[in-house]
Design a protein around this ligand. Structure first.
Ligand code: ARG
Length: 286
């Protein structure tokens, strides 16, 4: 009988203790990419000279939608508007907690009409809508982790919007400064996994922000540059199931090791607009 060396001499310190993760059913808003294309360039991912395939974008988005429905999520839809190709990135449409919807006010004129369109939807669906004074791109730059709001600035949302958010919700808001134009929204550089855990890309932040992240989240998953470079962090978790870019293999491994259930989807077409899983997902918290 041969001795199984690996199990006979387990390296206890290298094996994380098994944890039980509990999924929490999510309520979200999405927008079908019927009018998706790339005709302007407001982030380094976008190149209007490259062809896009709208029907492939719709098919890939449908897979994401079906994945969420399969997880038992309550998925709401806002009608896409012709001429607003980035409207598929619903995360930018606002920020919703406690039934209060803080509207978006976009940086670039090309996306500005999306702000009122999303606010109309929130109002029609029973949310208490707050018109923004300051420039902000919704959940693209505002992420709730437990009771704390992580707020990005540097490329899109103005830091003044963080004060506005703090006044509206009466919750602590932590400002984080993004420094790499490829990771222009906070949700491209941070993934919220549950009420206490996040994953992030250190090189996307300035030193003071990095110090805050290290102190607050000493056990965070640190993703590789490779995984971040396909917007692997742009993922959406229910506390157990984490929907991620299928190509983010190291992130997938790290999630599995920590007791999460990563689910890969391919949104290659929407990556041409500079967005991934999370960008297509706006959480609605009553
Ligand atoms: N083309 C869009 C823009 O640059 C992509 C938005 C991605 N959304 C996000 N939540 N990161 O505004």
């Amino acid at each position: 009988m041969s001795l199984d060396v690996a199990s006979a001499t387990p390296n206890e310190s290298a094996v994380p203790a098994p944890v039980t993760r509990t999924p929490v059913t999510r309520t979200i808003l999405m927008c079908k990419p019927d009018y998706f294309t790339v005709v302007y360039r407001i982030n380094p991912w976008m190149d209007p000279a490259l062809p896009t395939d709208t029907s492939l974008a719709v098919a890939q988005w449908q897979t994401l939608y079906d994945t969420y429905v399969g997880l038992g999520f309550d998925v709401h839809l806002i009608d896409p508007i012709d001429g607003l190709p980035d409207m598929v990135y619903a995360a930018n449409g606002g920020f919703v907690i406690d039934g209060i919807a803080y509207g978006a006010k976009f940086t670039y004129p090309q996306r500005q009409p999306e702000g009122p369109a999303y606010m109309d939807w929130f109002g029609a669906n029973g949310f208490d809508v707050r018109e923004p004074v300051e420039i902000n791109e919704g959940e693209g730059d505002l992420l709730l982790v437990g009771d704390v709001i992580l707020a990005g600035t540097g490329f899109r949302s103005a830091s003044n919007s963080h004060e506005e958010v703090s006044a509206i919700y009466g919750r602590p808001v932590i400002t984080l400064k993004l420094v790499n134009p490829s990771f222009y929204h906070l949700d491209t550089a941070v993934a919220v996994l549950d009420d206490t855990n996040i994953a992030y890309l250190p090189s996307a932040f300035d030193e003071p922000s990095l110090a805050i992240l290290r102190e607050r989240f000493p056990d965070a998953i640190i993703v590789t540059e490779e995984d971040a470079a396909i917007l692997g962090l742009n993922s959406y978790s229910d506390g157990y199931n984490v929907v991620i870019a299928a190509r983010a293999k190291d992130f997938e491994r790290q999630l599995r090791e920590r007791g999460y259930n990563p689910i890969g989807v391919d949104l290659s077409e929407l990556l041409l607009g500079g967005g991934g899983v999370k960008c297509c997902t706006l959480e609605l918290r009553r």
